[in-house]
Write a protein that binds this ligand. Sequence first.
Ligand code: FAD
Length: 479
Amino acid sequence: MSSDHQPPILLWFRKDLRLDDNGALSQACESGRPVVCVYIREPKQDGIGPLGGAQEWWLHHSLDALAAALADKGNRLILRSGEAAKVLSGLAKETQAEALFYNRHYERDAADKDIVGALKSSGLEIKRFRGQLLHDPETMKTGSGGAYRVYSPFWRALEKDGEPRDPVSAPSKIAAPGSFPKSEALKDWSLLPTKPDWATEFGRIWQPGEAGAHKKLKRFLKKPIQTYKSDRDHPGLEDATSLLSPHLAFGEISPARIWHETKGLEATNDVIHFRKELVWREFSYHLLVEFPKLATDNWNDKFDAFPWHFSKAQFSAWTKGMTGYPIVDAGMRQLWRHGYMHNRVRMITASFLIKDLMIDWRKGEEWFKDTLVDADPASNASNWQWVAGSGADASPFFRVFNPILQGEKFDPDGDYVCRFVPELRKLPKKYIHRPFEAPKEVLERAGIKLGETYPKPIVNHGEARDKALAAYADVTGRS
Ligand code: FAD
């Protein structure tokens, strides 16, 4: 029987917008049956979605790329909106599909249980595959059978476990059904910003989709990985890191593929360090699976009593990159313009919001979720809790980043600051991270009027730090 006379398999794409190393897809193709590929735009549900604005931009282009890749293999991407269970059972009836294949999507485990339950009872064969992570969180247990709460033993356990599985290649052909069900039009989903179009620079930096992901990986493996360990902390060095995070967030490349491609390289400290960063992502998911409320609740409930103080004006200054601290402002402006921020600067800006402004880390987490193209429910929440000190393996609260010293250490020539805060470009390097200390004539020569062309600091860092530490001591009983 030719494949188009067999009942098709529904292939549900979610955070796995790729053909390479896609377990569900390759198994569906191997079955020899036709495949109906669907992406569902679901309404907001408990704890899931909707995507932030920056990720909606990404999703539009990523779906476009996936549709083109499927067309190349003789198939199509069907777009539908609605509750997943309803859409899938409707499509199964329309196409007479008898099976549903999909890849596990960890933050959706609870919701998936209900969907799968509903569909199974209608007689659909359901198969779930893996690929979002190198290792399933459930397989990673401490000696006493619990979940890991500290990164280092987690990494050692992964090392001991041996190499992750090898990735599988993209199928050469994806059999099409006799006729395709109708698809909604991507443009009707209105995912792209219009008035104003704040994403004008995104397209220069990013190429959403699988081909873009593989290009980024290739570029990174050619050179930057050789000096990754030392260069990754310097935001002034463009492209010193892989820039794979948004591609990973949408599943356009699998971590197993990335890991595998580094296997051919000599295992230098740089290569190992890069793998360790990939494992921070794994660890974040490990924490999320253990504690699904990672984005909303303090891991350490002592922080429930922390006296956060929300100032609308200060929060707004932080989001706009107008705090008067150049490295913080450069980071927040990079985030707005590129949908991305360098990792070191994410730590500095997060520390500034939490400790200098004493604004609840959840406000920052939400802002990042809306503005990052790589916003990830596990990595975003676990890193915010790491900086806040409330997380599982967190930086202690009393470690307060000094935005001036951090700037001078990691952006010594002010290259990063000048790229995103052009009004400071003419300032001598000596003052680039502390314009408020520059003598009047130096500011004049640089064309800067503090409070007019560039803000005065919205808080005094030293005083703000003391205040935050005193509040911390009250809550934890430490002095
Ligand atoms: P590389 O340095 O090339 O690292 C390779 C990969 O390792 C990354 O793509 C990422 O998947 C993973 N990785 C690296 N560092 C971390 C980390 N600290 N935690 C988890 N995974 C890591 N990363 C996200 O992917 N999504 C987020 O929403 C996110 N929010 C963050 C919020 C804060 C407050 C902080 C401090 C960090 C956050 N990170 C987040 C982690 C990190 O900043 C980014 O993963 C990294 O900057 C992405 O750039 P890259 O791909 O060039 O990273």
